[in-house]
Design a protein around this ligand. Structure first.
Ligand code: SAH
Length: 216
């Protein structure tokens, strides 16, 4: 879609960013073209417009970060999305990953536990013409009322795989989750088989802000 505040110059920077991601061996062309469509600079403070098209994570307020574009591409590719699927995202943050998912033609349900970010991202996505169901709440609980989900994507570092999220995954569904207690996590793709058994494959080390547990 064409968007206010997105220019020829930005699209040029985006093409370069996508070329850099492709060189890091993300080969899913549907995912790369979705990333090429989303004006990442509109998800950051205008003062950081230039940084928006560098392949790095960046601050978005409330001590949180927008994920590195490569990481967004990598996680999204692991989900093996098909149009029309229901996707639960944990950690809405800036909304950039949400927008990339929507460009791939899936239905997105996304949870954010920082109220400041939820309040900022909800109107931003709407203004950009993106339509997702956004919730302020605790990602460890998932969102039971809209379950089950074809795919579940966790965009913060989880100390363990939350049971509620496994339960809300459809048989045949895929969950992509970085798991680890410290600064680094192991990227896992968890598949729930038709008979309910679980398979897990590791995809290397990444670094996310922590998935925060309830204080009480
Ligand atoms: N997908 C985001 C990534 C933001 S970083 C983007 O593209 O910008 C991860 C986000 O997860 C942060 O905004 C953080 O506040 C949120 N988060 C951390 N713990 C959470 C929890 N328990 N439930 C929901 N969101 C959580």
């Amino acid at each position: 879609m064409s968007m206010k505040g997105d220019t020829f110059k930005h699209r040029g920077m985006r093409r370069k960013l996508v070329a850099a991601i492709r060189e890091m061996e993300v080969t899913d062309e549907a995912v790369l073209s979705a990333i090429e469509k989303v004006p990442r600079h509109l998800f950051l403070d205008p003062a950081f417009e230039k940084q928006a098209y560098e392949n790095t994570a960046f601050q978005i307020g409330a001590g949180q970060t927008i994920s590195q574009p490569y990481t967004v591409a990598f996680q999204t590719a692991l989900l093996e999305l098909k149009k029309g699927e229901k996707v639960l995202e944990i950690g809405t943050g800036s909304g950039f990953q949400t927008a990339v998912l929507l460009e791939l033609g899936v239905k997105v349900f996304s949870i954010e536990r920082q109220r400041e970010l939820y309040n900022k991202t909800k109107p931003l996505l709407t203004e950009m013409g993106y339509s997702a169901k956004l919730f302020y709440g605790d990602g460890y609980k998932g969102k039971e009322i809209f379950a089950p989900y074809d795919k579940i994507l966790i965009t913060c570092g989880a100390p363990f795989v939350p049971d509620a999220l496994l339960e809300q995954l459809k048989p045949g569904g895929i969950m992509v989750i970085p798991v680890g207690e410290g600064r680094l996590q192991e990227m896992k793709r968890i598949t729930k088989n038709g008979d309910g058994t679980i398979e897990e494959v590791n995809f290397g080390t990444f670094s996310f802000v922590p998935m925060v547990e309830e204080k009480h």
